[in-house]
Write a protein that binds this ligand. Structure first.
Ligand SMILES: Cc1ncc(COP(=O)(O)O)c(C=O)c1O
Length: 409
């Protein structure tokens, strides 16, 4: 099964004289289609200027495109209005902003913050810091052996002291898709707000913030075909209005006197300094590209690839997959595994010799690794431009690893 989408990605195109690239590290970052690259190049070639401040044509165009990116992003996730979209550098910065601004003004001693044990460090450390500062309690939701959330665990852990529930829609280690609507409803019944980390979900399936009724949602442009350096924070307007600024300085003010200042309205209140216009333009094109392919098609291609990859991995001797090892509706194409007797870094390095890019390590989720009794894993993460041939190449290479290391088959 070749894949017509590969042609849209210059780095993946088969060029004469170039080693084919088999890119299976999409959870770390995705590759960029020609349209995204060209849109950013056009920005620098045709209308690079500092937005908002300039009274000349190219500055107005830069402002218009930046605000168009905000409106399109708002529509893409069904936010009520563009002012609910704050551009940041990435998911990490969005989460820090929420913890700093909402958390420091909204939490008191003894309040509880609840997160699953599987969270990426970016959705853990800001809460750990906040809990320490406010003498709040950081509590964990533990998972079952397949990486799923247990209903009883949720019932027990969400209490009337819970103020914040922060969780990923999709685990960046196990590929588990969490039942977030159920969790959001339970959190709201207890009076808590929900922070939804969509870094690993929005590349693969739609996000509707109103339908979910999530209070905050965050994601990174670079994991959804856009450039690095642009991230999104969605927040319900009534919450954003109450929150103090995160960073202060230019662009985010209304009036400044020697000893005091008033701040700009949303969303500028949270966007201090010169914004990343290039990044916003790239994100806009990435959204256009995803819309053009369609989430239905992305999902269909990825589901088939995930099922195929999980089946084929079962054929590799001495290989263990962690989490759900068959394709189910609660699982997407992020697959962690190990080869018995082989350090994951060795596996990844040996695969690299065959032009295959995978990730090895703790995947910024050390508490999860400890909970699973693992030091590190190999991780393959698929996207719709991958093919069965990519997976066949992975399997052929994995079959050789133990032999290469003198461990037999
Ligand atoms: C679930 C999840 N959250 C947060 C992040 C952090 O994203 P970024 O490095 O773009 O801030 C990642 C990155 O892998 C992730 O997978």
């Amino acid at each position: 099964m070749s894949n017509r989408y590969k042609e849209d990605f210059p780095i993946l195109r088969q060029e004469p004289g170039r080693k084919p690239l088999i890119y299976l590290d999409n959870a770390a970052t995705t590759q960029k289609p020609e349209t995204v690259i060209r849109a950013m190049e056009d920005y620098y070639r045709e209308y690079n200027a500092n937005p908002y401040r300039g009274l000349y044509e190219i500055s107005v165009k830069a402002t218009d495109r930046y605000e168009e990116a905000r409106s399109v992003t708002a529509g893409f996730i069904n936010a009520k209005e563009p002012a609910e979209i704050i551009f940041t550098r990435n998911t990490t910065e969005s989460l820090n902003l929420i913890a700093y601004s909402y958390g420091r003004s909204g939490l008191e001693e003894g309040d509880e913050i609840l997160i699953p044990i599987s969270e990426h460090h970016s959705n853990l450390l800001p809460w750990q810091q906040l809990a320490r500062e406010k003498k709040a309690v950081l509590k964990y939701i533990y998972l079952d052996e397949k990486g799923s959330l247990r209903e009883e665990e949720l019932e027990e852990k969400i209490t009337n002291k819970t103020r914040i529930v922060a969780l990923a829609y999709v685990s960046n280690v196990l590929g588990t898709i969490y039942p977030v609507k159920n969790i959001i409803d339970k959190a709201h019944s207890a009076g808590a707000v929900v922070v939804l980390d969509c870094a690993q979900s929005i590349p693969h399936f739609p996000l509707d913030v109103q339908e979910l009724d999530t209070d905050f949602a965050v994601f990174s442009g670079h994991k959804m075909l856009g450039p690095m350096g642009i991230g999104v924070l969605y927040g319900k307007k009534e919450l954003l209005l109450r929150m103090p600024p995160f960073l202060t300085g230019g662009e985010m003010i209304d009036y400044v006197a020697e000893q005091e200042a008033t701040f700009a309205p949303l969303p500028q209140k949270f966007e201090a300094g010169t914004p990343n216009v290039e990044g916003a333009v790239g994100l806009l094109e990435a959204i256009n590209y995803i819309r053009q392919v369609g989430y239905a098609q992305i999902g269909a291609v990825e589901d088939a690839l995930t099922a195929y990859a999980l089946d084929r991995l079962k054929q590799v001797p001495y290989l263990t997959v962690y989490g759900e090892d068959s394709r189910t509706k609660n699982r997407c194409g992020v697959i962690s595994f190990n080869l018995e007797g082989v350090h994951p870094h060795d596996t990844a390095s040996l695969l690299d010799a065959d032009g295959i890019c995978i990730r090895a390590g703790h995947h910024c989720a050390q508490p999860l690794m400890k909970y699973l009794g693992l030091a590190a894993t190999c991780r393959v993460s698929l996207y719709f431009y991958n093919t069965k041939e990519d997976i066949d190449a992975l399997i052929a290479s994995l079959m050789k690893v133990r032999r290469w290391l003198g461990l037999g088959n």
